[in-house]
Design a protein around this ligand. Structure first.
Ligand SMILES: Nc1ncnc2c1ncn2[C@@H]1O[C@H](COP(=O)(O)OP(=O)(O)OP(=O)(O)O)[C@@H](O)[C@H]1O
Ligand SMILES: [Mg+2]
Length: 270
């Protein structure tokens, strides 16, 4: 059943620039969805509309069938958590524990519940050892996890991660994948914006492609990454492994290393 829906949503910034136009999207609970698109396509604007940081200029954002225009941003943020693209736009406490505990504290939970949620979120994000540190003593990549933990601690139904892969190494990417799997297994919806096509090909089924203020496609990763016309229009590249399969004329819509290995083995054995 649809939990979050954007119906014909357009948004114009106060300076008169229209950043998104006639956006339609819908999400069920428990889904993991990637949003991709070139710089300036309108991805961040779209997700800020989902949690009411921005309000549509026209169209509707519905949560559980209810138009969010009736609610305050604070009310919507209890359902839809947004992790900012730049962690430094989100962090404002002087120690990591306080940053993570801020959300549940604001939800007027008991002290023991606040602690439980904050510590659990910190553990999921690999931050247990650093709770007393100043956030700015940690590198950018780890500050990103502080902001992710702060949103997880709020226990929202929807969690939006805006560019969580930027600047992350393999260990951090694995942590992120485990985190997304853990959250979706709990019935939460995770929407991830990323420029990392390898990450999308390896870990997502559903992919939404945005270009020039609009949604161009909402489909599975294989379909997206083998539609050259779509990739051209949206200025996106195939994952490297698909580029290799294409260059080698393998005639198989390969999107992962494992698929490439199987295709090569089949050819060697045939
Ligand atoms: N506060 C603002 N005022 C005016 N224009 C803005 C504002 N914020 C963003 N824009 C413009 O809206 C367009 C869409 O921006 P948005 O941040 O949604 O893109 P994006 O797809 O998230 O890009 P990126 O991949 O670079 O993060 C861009 O042209 C951007 O310059
Ligand atoms: Mg963005």
């Amino acid at each position: 059943m649809t939990f979050l829906q954007l119906k014909d949503v357009s948004f114009t910034y106060p300076n008169g620039f229209q950043a998104v136009q006639h956006i339609n999207m819908q999400f069920d609970l428990g889904e993991s969805v990637a949003i991709i698109g070139q710089n300036g396509a309108g991805k961040t604007t779209t997700v800020k509309l989902m949690n009411a940081l921005l309000k549509p200029t026209s169209g509707e954002v519905l949560i559980n069938g209810e138009n969010t225009s009736k609610f305050t941003t604070a009310q919507v943020s209890k359902k839809v958590g947004y992790v900012f693209q730049n962690p430094d736009d989100q962090i404002f406490h002087s120690d990591i524990y306080s940053e993570i505990a801020f959300g549940p504290k604001n939800q007027k939970l008991s002290a023991s519940e606040v602690k439980e949620k904050a510590l659990h979120a910190a553990e999921l994000c690999g931050l247990t050892k650093w709770l007393e540190e100043h956030p700015y003593n940690l590198p950018y990549a780890m500050r990103k996890f502080i902001t992710i933990a702060a949103v997880i601690a709020m226990d929202t139904d929807i969690i939006i991660l805006d560019e969580p892969t930027a600047g992350q190494d393999r260990h951090a990417t694995k942590l992120l994948v485990d985190l997304i799997n853990h959250l979706t297994a709990q019935g939460k919806t995770v929407i991830t914006i990323t420029h990392d096509m390898e990450f999308v090909a390896n870990h997502f089924n559903r992919v939404i492609v945005m270009a020039e203020k609009q949604v161009l496609r909402d489909a599975n990763a294989r379909e997206v990454f083998w539609d050259h016309e779509l990739l051209g229009k949206s200025h996106l590249k195939q994952p490297y492994i698909s580029q290799l399969a294409y260059s080698l004329n393998l005639n198989e819509p390969i999107i992962t290393l494992d698929e490439m290995v199987s295709a090569i083995k089949r050819r060697i054995n045939s």
